[in-house]
Design a protein around this ligand. Structure first.
Ligand code: NAD
Length: 429
């Protein structure tokens, strides 16, 4: 395998699998398949800019704490940097760097004119009041003010953040530059230039690629049982749309545990229950309690990990029963587990394709904002569907042409497009 030097920073990753090393392994794998020039590979292995800021915040009890906030900008070869901001205790600079790189390939694969970035603050947002979260979000963005902007770097929501945080960030940026700048973030509330369809977009994209993969196997959503790990922005929306399309959702879960019903859950009722129960599905009456680990190995046709990285590993891969695994989360299947699933003929729909619906509608939100012309939801969903189906078909064709699995097909398309652009632009100076 081709290897490259790694950016030098403190190894802060608590997990035994370093997410940045894993991201580089995927890049090197694609580079080998593409016979990429070693200089190009070396450039693509390094984020262009890595920023860590201190966020001093006054807590409600008067105490002052200083948090760390990261923003990693991997590549802007194809356009402004684009990527979510994550609030989660497990956030590290290495994880953020890995996710920034993933965004570069994802945007290139989908054919949207963005580079990749990611940001994060290592906090559990549930442990902070709304006022504290607002002060944290505003100070974080204010520290990054020179590094972001509608044609520079455009943040969006990720785990632990939502339209609410995007509104605070848009306001902070706008107040600092002296006028309203809706294009500085996406995933905003509709009242300040958000797009119809954005909230459900990542889940809708997951539904579209699962539907297409089933159609290629001569099946429809009405024929299948689906288990979904994670019931947040992505997992919750995917569950709702797949349920509406006739699929049986037999299990869902959140951080505190999951629920299982062999004959299918009533997803609107589960959503209503979770809304009253601090967003947890635990205790929902018409189902059996299960752990997150058990959910992954349930007998089902489609498994959708929509929570965290590294959920399907060498340790549990032999117990996975699904025939299609759709990576709604970023990096939920390790490289080794992917190889085992592939050898067993399981279709793994890779994250850079399966969860791209969010960034696609973010792009559509940005385009609407720049053109001051807002579309109805049907048009947003139609444009998004076209981009998703197109990317899915290209990945299938690439897999057939190169005789590789879907992950490598997706990576070769994404990496190949960025490498071509880098080559055409040339190296400055
Ligand atoms: P979210 O915070 O809205 O939801 C996360 C869900 O995971 C919640 O249900 C939470 O309870 C659950 N969870 C937390 N810890 C868990 C654990 N240890 N085990 C099982 N479940 C756990 O986040 P989200 O926006 O839905 O993001 C989920 C994943 O999708 C992340 O990997 C994110 O990077 C990826 N993603 C999100 C978007 C987006 O538009 N939000 C787009 C692309 C990719």
């Amino acid at each position: 395998m081709v290897t490259t030097s790694r950016p030098v920073w403190e190894n802060q990753s608590p997990a035994h699998i370093c997410p940045f090393d894993q991201a580089c392994s995927y890049l090197e794998w694609a580079a080998k398949e593409l016979k990429l020039d070693s200089g190009l590979l070396e450039i693509l292995s390094h984020p262009r800019k890595v920023v860590t800021v201190s966020i001093p915040v006054k807590m409600d009890n008067g105490e002052v704490r200083v948090l760390a906030g990261h923003r990693v900008q991997h590549s802007d070869i194809l356009g402004p940097y684009k990527g979510g901001i994550r609030y989660h205790p497990a956030v590290t600079l290495r994880e953020v760097s890995a996710l920034a790189m993933l965004m570069t390939w994802k945007c290139a694969l989908l054919g949207i004119p963005y580079g990749g970035a990611k940001g994060g603050i290592p906090i559990d947002p549930k442990k902070y009041s709304v006022g504290e979260l607002e002060r944290i979000s505003r100070r974080y963005i204010s520290e990054l003010i020179k590094d972001i902007g509608p044609s520079v770097d455009i943040p969006a929501p990720d785990m632990g953040t939502s339209a609410r945080e995007m509104a605070w960030m848009m306001d902070t940026y706008s107040v600092n530059v002296g006028h309203a700048v809706p294009g500085v973030v996406t995933g905003k509330p509709l009242s300040i230039g958000g797009s119809l369809g954005r909230e459900m977009a990542t889940g809708r994209g997951v539904m579209i690629v699962v539907r297409e993969a089933l159609a290629d196997q001569g099946k429809s959503l009405a024929d299948v049982k689906i288990a979904i790990q994670g019931f947040g922005n992505v997992g919750g929306a995917a569950a709702e749309l797949l349920h509406q399309a006739g699929a049986k959702i037999i299990a869902v879960s959140g951080g505190a545990g999951g629920i299982y019903a062999e004959n299918g859950l009533d997803i609107p009722a589960v959503k209503a229950y979770a809304a009253q129960n601090h967003r947890s599905v635990v205790g929902y009456p018409q189902a059996t309690a299960i752990s997150n680990a058990d959910l992954l190995t349930l007998p089902c046709d489609v498994l959708i990990p929509a929570a965290l990285e590294n959920q399907i590993t060498e340790e549990n891969v032999d117990h996975i029963q699904a025939r299609i695994v759709a990576e709604a989360a970023n990096g939920p299947v390790t490289l080794e587990a992917n190889r085992v699933l592939e050898a067993r003929g399981v279709t793994v729909l890779p994250d850079i394709l399966a969860n791209a619906g969010g960034v696609v509608v973010s792009y559509l939100e940005w385009v609407q904002g720049l053109s001051y012309l807002f579309w109805d939801e049907e048009k947003v969903n139609r444009e998004m569907e076209n981009l998703m189906v197109n990317a899915y078909r290209k990945v299938i064709q690439q897999a057939q042409k190169r005789q590789v699995n879907l992950r490598l097909a997706a990576y070769t398309l994404g990496v190949g497009r960025v490498a071509q652009a880098l080559n055409d632009r040339g190296l400055y100076p």
